[in-house]
Write a protein that binds this ligand. Structure first.
Ligand code: HEM
Length: 405
C-alpha cells in the first residue's frame, strides 16, 4: 500500500486535489473499509466542525445509521435551542420532516413522472439538436442542462433562463475552492430564489412547487417565507448538480466502452438497470452528515451526543460484503440495493425524477448518435476534488444526423 493511500485513509478530505483521480479515491475507500467500519476526517465538508467527524464506510453500518434517525439526527444541533438552518426538510427529523415530505411528494409521484416522459425526451432532443448536424459535440452540455430545464420548467416553476446562473451558483456553493467563495455563492443563490419567490406573491397561483410551498400548512401553520425560500433552494441544490454529474459520468463511460454502449442499444430494456448501476458505481454524492443525538453503539463503536458521522454512500456502494465484483460496472446487475439515493426517512425525494431524466438522457443519445465515442483530439474534464463529482466536458464525435422535428 502506498503512503499516500494510507494517509488519505486516516484523514479523508473529499476536497483534496488528489481525488481528481476518481479511481484513486475509490482505492482510498477500499483501505478505509479494510481498516474498520468507521474512518475519520478532520475536514468535514458541508458541515465544518473543528472536532472533525466519523465516516461510516461499510454498507451495513451506513444502512443502520440511515435507519436510526432517533440516535443519528439530520439536525446539526438536535439538542440545542438554536435552530441553525430553519425548517429545511433535509435537516429535520420525523415527525415534522415526514409532514414536509407529504407536501412535496405528490410532485414526484410515479403518475406525474410518467406524464413527463414525452416532455423530458423532447427537451433532451432539443439539446442534442444543438450539435447533431456537425458530428461532434459535448455530452456534458446535455448532462448539465437537461435536469435544470426539466425541473425548472415542469416542476419548480422558475424561468428556464435562470438555470445556468443557478447551476453556477450551486456549483460554487458546493465545490468552490475557499469557504469564502462557497458562502458568497450560497448567499447569491438564496437572494436569487428570494427574489423569484417574492415575485410570485403577486401572481395568480400555478400548479408548481413554489406555489405548493407558499400555500403549505404544517401543524396548522403556514411556512415562514424564509423557509419557503430555503426549501426551494434545497430542491435546486439537490436536483440539478446531482443528476447532471451522474449522467455526465455515464456518457463518459459509454463513450469509452463502445461494447457496453452497443449492448444498451441492442437491448434497451437494460436501461433502467444500467441507470441504477451507474448510480451505484459512480454516484455523485459521497456523504451527508448526521449528528449523534443520544449515546449509542454501532458494531462495537461508541458514539457520544454531538459527534458528527458522515454516511459515505459511495464507499458503501463499493463494499464487497454487499456487492459481488463491486469495483466493476455491471450494467445488468441484479439485487442492486445501492445507497446512491440514501435510505431510511431521508431517502431521496427526487429519485423517480432523477431516474427518468437519466434514462431519457441516455435513451435519446443512444438512439440519435449510436456510434458516439470520445473525440480523439480533445480531453474529457473530470471535476473530482469536490462534493458533487462528475465530468464538466465529454467531447464526442459521431456520424452526423438530422435535427429532430
Ligand atoms: C442522481 C441524482 C440524485 C442523487 C444521487 C441524489 C441523492 C440523494 C441522497 C443520497 C439523499 C439522502 C440525503 C440524506 O441521507 O440525508 C437525497 C435526498 C434528497 N434529494 Fe436527492 N438525489 C438525486 C436527485 C434528486 C432530484 C432530481 C431531486 C429533486 C428535484 C432531489 C431532491 C432531494 C431532496 C429534497 C432530498 C431530501 C429528502 C429528505 O430529507 O427527506 N434529489 N438525495
Amino acid at each position: 500500500m502506498t503512503e499516500a493511500l494510507e494517509r488519505h485513509a486516516e484523514n479523508w478530505d473529499l476536497r483534496h486535489v488528489d481525488f481528481n483521480d476518481n479511481d484513486f479515491l475509490y482505492d482510498v475507500y477500499a483501505v478505509m473499509r479494510d481498516n474498520g467500519a468507521f474512518a475519520r476526517t478532520e475536514e468535514p465538508f458541508l458541515s465544518p466542525d473543528p472536532d472533525g467527524a466519523w465516516v461510516a464506510v461499510r454498507y451495513a453500518e451506513c444502512v443502520q445509521i440511515l435507519q436510526d434517525w432517533e440516535h443519528f439526527s439530520s439536525n446539526p444541533t438536535p439538542e440545542g435551542a438554536e435552530r441553525l438552518t430553519g425548517d429545511l426538510v433535509i435537516t429535520l427529523d420525523p415527525p415534522r420532516q415526514q409532514k414536509f415530505r407529504k407536501v412535496l411528494n405528490p410532485y414526484f409521484s410515479p403518475a406525474r413522472m410518467k406524464a413527463l416522459r414525452p416532455e423530458i425526451a423532447a427537451e433532451t432532443d432539443r439539446l442534442i439538436d444543438d450539435f447533431i448536424e456537425s458530428g461532434a459535440g459535448d455530452l456534458a452540455e446535455v448532462a448539465w442542462r437537461q435536469p435544470g430545464i426539466v425541473f425548472f420548467k415542469y416542476l419548480l416553476g422558475m424561468p428556464v433562463e435562470d438555470v445556468p446562473l443557478c447551476v453556477e451558483l450551486t456549483d460554487t456553493a458546493l465545490n468552490g475552492t475557499t469557504e469564502q467563495d462557497r458562502m458568497a455563492a450560497w448567499g447569491g443563490l438564496y437572494q436569487h430564489l428570494h427574489d423569484a419567490v417574492t415575485a410570485r406573491l403577486d401572481q395568480p397561483p400555478r400548479d408548481d412547487m413554489i406555489d405548493v410551498l407558499l400555500a403549505a400548512e404544517i401543524d396548522g401553520e403556514k411556512l415562514a417565507f424564509a423557509d419557503v425560500v430555503s426549501n426551494a433552494m434545497l430542491l435546486v441544490q439537490a436536483g440539478l448538480e446531482t443528476t447532471a454529474s451522474a449522467m455526465s459520468f455515464a456518457y463518459h463511460y459509454l463513450a469509452t466502452h463502445p461494447a457496453e454502449r452497443d449492448r444498451l442499444i441492442e437491448d434497451p430494456e437494460l436501461l433502467p438497470r444500467a441507470v441504477e448501476e451507474f448510480i451505484r458505481f459512480a454516484g455523485s454524492i459521497h456523504g451527508i452528515p448526521r449528528t449523534v443525538a443520544k449515546d449509542v453503539e454501532v458494531s462495537g463503536c461508541p458514539f457520544r451526543p454531538g459527534e458528527q458521522v458522515i454516511v459515505n454512500y459511495a464507499s458503501a456502494n463499493r463494499d464487497e460484503r454487499q456487492f459481488p465484483d463491486a469495483d466493476r460496472c455491471v450494467l445488468d446487475r441484479r439485487d442492486n440495493r445501492h445507497l446512491g439515493f440514501g435510505a431510511g426517512v431521508h431517502r431521496c425525494l427526487g429519485s423517480n425524477l432523477a431516474r427518468l431524466e437519466f434514462q431519457l438522457g441516455l435513451e435519446r443519445v443512444l438512439a440519435r448518435m449510436p456510434d458516439f465515442t470520445l473525440a480523439p483530439d480533445r480531453t474529457a474534464k473530470f471535476h473530482g476534488n469536490s462534493v458533487t463529482r462528475g465530468f464538466r466536458s465529454v467531447p464526442v464525435v459521431f456520424t452526423a444526423s438530422d435535427r429532430s422535428r
